[in-house]
Design a protein around this ligand. Structure first.
Ligand code: GLN
Length: 220
């Protein structure tokens, strides 16, 4: 059995829980090599240490980090994510929270310093400038040429700090826009995934969550 936790201190965690549960219902018995997968929300150390993987959702990275520090949870989270046996997926604020460096020094987010990248918060502007773009992820998800990726006050990865461990999975493809080529998805080794966008908001599209379960949790 494998257990996937979704960090539920703050933000869009319930959508991740639903997407993961739907993956298990849809693909579980046949396609996950017979492994039973349990999905839980994580708010306590006891819940955290049951998990083999942790999804850190979107929301507000400043708030998420502060809540983790004030509740005394930060140190356990730090230890958990730095154990390479565990698989971690950060989306949006979650990506910010696991990153090593933020490019704006005034961002007083105490991060978990796991992912060797430099990140710029709110790189696409305000909430009103949110957008959904169909992306071709077929270089890493079989046949996935049209995934609707939603960006909400999203960060971008400005710099990869360690090319040996971090691999770019996707750059935005927006010809003639200043946003063309921005790095919005990476992985580190075979256990850390990070996306600027929100795959859990792609209604009825389970392909990204299925990819996380297969490649990062089950390694199949
Ligand atoms: N802008 C937010 C932050 O800095 C992230 C937004 C999101 O998670 N949708 O934490």
């Amino acid at each position: 059995q494998k257990c996937i936790g979704v960090l539920a201190l703050q933000g869009a965690f319930i959508e991740h829980v639903h997407h993961l549960e739907r993956c298990v219902d849809k693909y579980g018995l046949q396609f996950y090599n017979g492994v039973t997968i349990k999905i839980i929300t994580v708010r306590t150390k006891e819940e955290l240490w049951q998990c083999d993987g942790l999804v850190i959702p979107g929301g507000e990275s400043t708030a998420m980090s502060l809540i983790a520090q004030r509740t005394g949870f930060y140190d356990d989270l730090y230890k958990f994510v730095h154990n390479s046996q565990n698989s971690i997926w950060g989306t949006c604020a979650g990506l910010i929270f696991i990153s090593e460096i933020l490019s704006n020094e005034k961002d007083l987010v105490k991060t978990l310093q796991l992912l060797h990248v430099k990140v710029k918060r709110n790189a696409f502007g305000r909430q009103a400038q949110s957008f959904t773009q169909e992306c071709d992820f077929s270089s890493f998800i079989d046949g996935c040429v049209d995934f609707p990726a939603t960006f909400i006050r999203a960060p971008v990865i400005e710099e990869i700090l360690d090319n040996d461990t971090v691999e770019i999975l996707f750059r935005l493809n927006k010809p003639d826009s200043p946003q063309d080529g921005l790095i919005v998805a990476v992985k580190q080794n075979d256990n850390v995934l990070a996306t600027s966008f929100h795959p859990e908001l792609a209604e009825d599209d389970l392909r990204f969550h299925d990819y996380f379960i297969r490649h990062f949790i089950l390694k199949i």
